[in-house]
Every structure is written in structure tokens, then in C-alpha cells.
Design a protein around this ligand. Structure first.
Ligand code: SF4
Length: 358
């Protein structure tokens, strides 16, 4: 059969269309086709994804003119191919593997069968709340997406502030030094044009000047073990699941601590219940993992140094814990149906999603 299929990966036999038939083909040759039921057998390690084969004639890197992609390019390509296979099915999809395929060695399942992530972050939970299909494409099928200027900018500002505040807790740091740190931390990638890059750069500079003045007046960073409470990583265990995250800054205030999350997006004056979830997850971690008493949570908008805060109550933390457990349980039971809406406009997968709202 393999010989018959040849390089096309498909057997070209004319079969009467009124009969139910089984078509055997490679994933490559299934591109653009759809079937009621699709079976993907032999999903074992070293088969899918396949081992990378080296080029028969290796070309010295110095002679290659184009920029080679970073990361494990072969695995990324195989994952895209796997996604093609999954999306051929209209009614049912069967993925199979077994340990014994006749050889001496027992097989292990393909890494692509490890569907659910072993941890959950706020952004993952938020993605699921917005559109379960988006969550699946990003976190289960792990489809790579292009970087975005807002992420480059956000990362630059966060790492600049981290270095500046950390240094300021030990010595006096001038505005010039802060702007030098900004230049050192600047991430050049993913801006769509030179103009966009310049606009973001100038906007960042103005934000940092405002931040500098504000920090001089309001430096209450909590000190833990002689270190400022900055970019605190956490892991919370809930019913055997792990929720991870990073808190930008914790300040000491009367009666306990204030959790601060820096935002580079548009400032908000009032926060909805959904807006508060991220800060409430951080409050839960502050209490459960760091053993502190969170009494206030704040989004700090760097655009104009405005703040949107709310008081944290024990009841809110308890409700947040239940909400996270419920969300994780929904993810585990989900069939990841698309939830179409205005957010499709900003979705990373709108180019490949057939359900998007235009
Ligand atoms: S385009 Fe819309 S429906 Fe499709 S995955 Fe994205 S958010 Fe969901």
C-alpha cells in the first residue's frame, strides 16, 4: 500500500461515491480536505513528531543568507501538521497509540497527546472564559503565534521598573539612570514599523518620568528577607492542580499589604468583577503562599500613573478560590466550543478560525 501511495501519500483509485469508503492518506495529502470521521493511528514518540532528519548535504551556516527561525523549528512544524490532521474531522476524531508495535522496544505516547497543561495561569483562565476554542488553540494545541508590539513594550517596561525599583531600595537612582535602564531593556522586536516603534518608545519615556516622580513620594515596597517584594513568583495548589503567576510589587500599608500590578494598556477608573479576577488570584497567593495579609489590590496604569484599587476581604478570596476551581474543572470537561464576539477582532487565531466574527 505504501508503495502504491508513492510520494503523493494517497492511493488514487476511483471509488463509486455512493459507497461508504475508508481513505488512507498521509496528513500532508489531507490538507484542504474534510471527512466525517478521522482516525490518526500510531501516535507514538519518534513517529509523530518524527525525529528530525539532518540534511544529506549540510550547508555551512555562514553560507545561509536568510535568518533561520529560532526555537525547535522542526517540532513547531510537526505541531502545525498535527493541527491540520485534527481539524480534518467533521463529526469524530480518533487518536490511537499503543506500547507494542511489534518491535523489541516498547513505544511511548506522542508528546502531542499530552493535551491539558499541568498548570494554569490567570491569562490561561481568562482566555478560556473569553473563548474556549482560543484557549485550546493556544494552550492545548500550542499553535505558535506572531509576537506583538504591546507585549514587547510591556516586557520592556516591566523589566525596567523591576531593575529601577530594586536599585532604588539600596541607593539613590537618578531619572537619567532610569532612562538608561530603559534603553538597556528595550526590546526591539515585533513593532510593525519604525514609526510604531518610535511612538511606543517615546510613550514609555513619558510614563517612566511620571513613575519616577510618583515613586519618590510613594515608596512603600515591602521588604522580605532584605529584598524588595518585587516580581514574586507563586504556585498555588488547588485540588491537585497548580495555579502559577507573578506579582509585580507588594507594598506595605496600614493593616497589611497592597498588591500592585503594572498595566501598560489604557487606564480604567472602575473595575468590573471580571477585571478584578487577576488581582484576586494574586491576593489568594499572597495569603496562602506568602503568608501575608492582603488588604488592598491595585492596577497601576503607567500611561498616566493613575490607579484603580479595591479593598480585599476574606470572603472575596474564598470566592476566588471556588471560582478558579470551577474554571479548571470546566476546562477539564470542556469540548472547547468557540465563543464568538467582539474579542475575535483581537484574537491571535482569527486568520485560521472559521467561526470568527468579522
Ligand atoms: S476568532 Fe473568535 S471564535 Fe475564533 S478562536 Fe478566536 S475568539 Fe474564538
Amino acid at each position: 500500500m505504501e508503495l502504491d501511495a508513492g510520494e503523493e501519500g494517497i492511493i488514487n483509485k476511483k471509488i463509486e461515491s455512493q459507497f461508504d469508503t475508508v481513505k488512507i492518506m498521509t496528513v500532508h495529502s489531507s490538507k484542504g480536505l474534510e471527512f466525517d470521521y478521522v482516525f490518526l493511528p500510531y501516535l507514538v514518540a519518534r513517529s509523530f513528531p518524527s525525529d528530525q532528519k539532518s540534511d544529506p548535504i549540510e550547508i555551512p551556516r555562514d553560507l545561509v543568507k536568510e535568518v533561520l527561525p529560532g526555537g525547535d523549528f522542526h517540532i513547531q512544524e510537526e505541531r502545525r501538521l498535527f493541527y491540520v490532521a485534527l481539524t480534518r474531522a467533521k463529526k469524530g476524531l480518533f487518536l490511537t497509540w499503543s506500547t507494542d508495535h511489534g518491535g523489541k522496544q516498547l513505544k511511548k505516547p506522542s508528546r502531542f497527546l499530552n493535551f491539558l497543561p499541568d498548570h494554569f495561569s490567570y491569562s490561561q483562565l481568562e482566555s478560556f472564559r473569553k473563548c474556549p476554542l482560543e484557549y485550546k488553540l493556544k494552550n492545548i494545541l500550542k499553535i505558535k503565534t506572531r509576537g506583538k508590539s504591546v507585549f514587547s513594550f510591556g516586557k520592556t517596561i516591566h523589566s525596567t521598573l523591576h531593575r529601577f525599583v530594586e536599585k532604588s531600595l539600596k541607593e539613590k537612582v537618578s531619572l537619567e539612570e532610569l532612562l538608561n535602564i530603559y534603553d538597556e531593556e528595550w526590546i526591539f522586536d515585533w513593532y510593525q514599523s519604525e514609526k510604531e516603534r518610535e511612538d511606543f518608545y517615546n510613550k514609555g519615556k513619558e510614563s517612566l518620568k511620571l513613575f519616577y516622580d510618583d515613586f519618590k513620594k510613594n515608596n512603600n515596597v515591602l521588604i522580605i528577607d532584605e529584598e524588595g517584594a518585587l516580581e514574586k513568583d507563586f504556585q498555588i495548589k488547588l485540588n491537585g492542580d497548580v495555579v502559577i503567576g507573578k506579582i509585580d510589587r507588594i507594598d506595605e500599608i496600614e493593616g497589611g499589604v497592597e498588591i500592585i500590578d503594572y498595566k501598560t494598556g489604557s487606564p480604567k477608573k472602575t473595575l468590573t468583577k471580571d477585571d478584578k479576577l487577576q488581582l484576586l488570584i494574586y491576593a489568594l497567593a499572597t495569603k496562602k503562599v506568602l503568608g501575608l495579609n492582603p488588604v488592598k489590590s491595585t492596577y497601576y496604569y503607567l500611561d498616566d500613573c493613575s490607579k484603580a484599587s479595591f479593598d480585599v476581604k476574606d470572603k472575596m478570596i474564598e470566592e476566588t478560590e471556588s471560582e478558579i476551581k470551577e474554571l479548571i474543572s470546566k476546562i477539564k470537561r470542556s469540548n472547547f466550543k468557540p465563543s464568538v464576539g467582539w474579542h475575535c477582532k483581537f484574537c491571535d487565531f482569527r486568520d485560521i478560525c472559521a467561526h470568527k466574527k468579522i
